[in-house]
Design a protein around this ligand. Structure first.
Ligand code: C2E
Ligand code: MG
Ligand code: MG
Ligand code: MG
Length: 291
């Protein structure tokens, strides 16, 4: 794409690079306008303890309500936003809204840790730790109320700079998570050195694991690996009670998935929390061993 990121993170179109990509230019313009026009929405998905059913966190997932195209999902614009550098503005927006929601929830007695997804560009943004500290101060939140999720591929794009940024963030006291674990190309030797607190098992291994011995073996090994490294292990993509029970039996710490809740608008979370009842006795009734 014919766009460049200036040092301040703003995106400029470079016509000399590509005269024909009108489509890219208009998408970039639309994205930039979307912030001012308030077209982005903060959705959240609860993160739940698999042994007790207690809600301990939420993941922020952005949605774009486009005036003509309707709901646009992140997979349709995040890759473009990353290529053009627009992602930095979007990440700041998501962090701001997440902090705001976290503060509102705490005021109502719901102390949840909020997870925000970061991209490669965010890890290369030297100002990120400073901006993050400023955000925490403005909302009077402790660093421990945030978890930042990074994929293996984002780290491996520039491991040295990623490590520097992650260390600065970790030293502030924020939690770090490796997202979509098992789908990237990172080496364990490298991961061992990163200051992470959490592994998130990719949903592709979880969705159908009760019917797939291979998936169950991968999930079991990943949980053991994470625990042996002293990390919390989270499964995404739990769509059935059977998978919840299996994961609980394998010792997986936390989970997210449509079985508990789809991502919902942030302003609907309190109502959801007040209605939430965990399926009874998850810990007391182990699932039949599989795999
Ligand atoms: P992710 O961070 O791995 O998020 C999990 C995705 O799985 C979300 O898709 C979520 O809606 C979906 N999911 C959760 N539970 C289930 C389930 O039980 N079954 C199935 N089939 N799917 C489930 P979503 O919201 O479409 O987001 C897709 C990806 O876009 C995210 O993957 C993340 O990489 C990226 N993304 C979303 N919001 C942001 C953001 O604010 N910033 C950045 N940098 N990336 C974001
Ligand atoms: Mg994530
Ligand atoms: Mg994920
Ligand atoms: Mg994913």
């Amino acid at each position: 794409y014919a766009a460049k990121t200036r040092n301040d993170g703003a995106v400029v179109y470079d016509a000399a690079m590509d005269k024909s990509s009108d489509k890219s230019l208009s998408l970039l313009t639309e994205l930039r306008n979307a912030i001012e026009r308030n077209e982005f929405r903060l959705f959240v998905q609860p993160k739940i303890m698999l042994d007790t059913g207690q809600v301990v966190g939420m993941e922020s997932l952005v949605r774009w309500v486009h005036p003509e195209r309707g709901n646009v999902f992140p997979d349709e614009f995040i890759p473009f936003a990353e290529q053009t550098g627009f992602i930095r503005l979007l990440t700041r927006w998501v962090m701001e809204k997440s902090a705001e929601l976290c503060q509102q929830l705490a005021a109502q007695g719901h102390h949840l840790k909020v997870s925000v997804n970061l991209s490669t560009r965010d890890l290369l943004d030297q100002d990120l730790p400073v901006k993050f500290a400023d955000l925490l101060a403005r909302y009077r939140l402790s660093p421990g109320s945030f978890c930042l999720e990074i994929t293996e591929s984002a780290i491996m794009d520039d491991p040295v700079r990623a490590q520097t940024t992650l260390e600065r963030l970790s030293n502030m006291g924020v939690d770090l998570s490796i997202d979509d674990f098992g789908t990237g190309y990172s080496s364990l030797a490298y991961l061992k050195r990163l200051p992470v607190n959490e592994l998130k098992i990719d949903k592709s291994f979880v969705l159908n694991m009760e019917n797939d011995e291979g998936d169950t073996k991968i999930v079991r090994s990943t949980i053991d690996l994470g625990h042996n490294m002293g990390l919390r292990v989270v499964a995404e993509g739990i769509e059935s009670e059977a998978v919840w029970r299996l994961l609980a039996e394998l010792g997986c710490d936390q989970g997210q998935g449509y079985f508990m809740s789809r991502p919902i608008p942030g302003d609907q979370l309190v109502a959801w929390l007040e209605k939430w009842r965990a399926p009874i006795a998850v810990a007391a009734q182990p699932a039949v061993t599989a795999g």
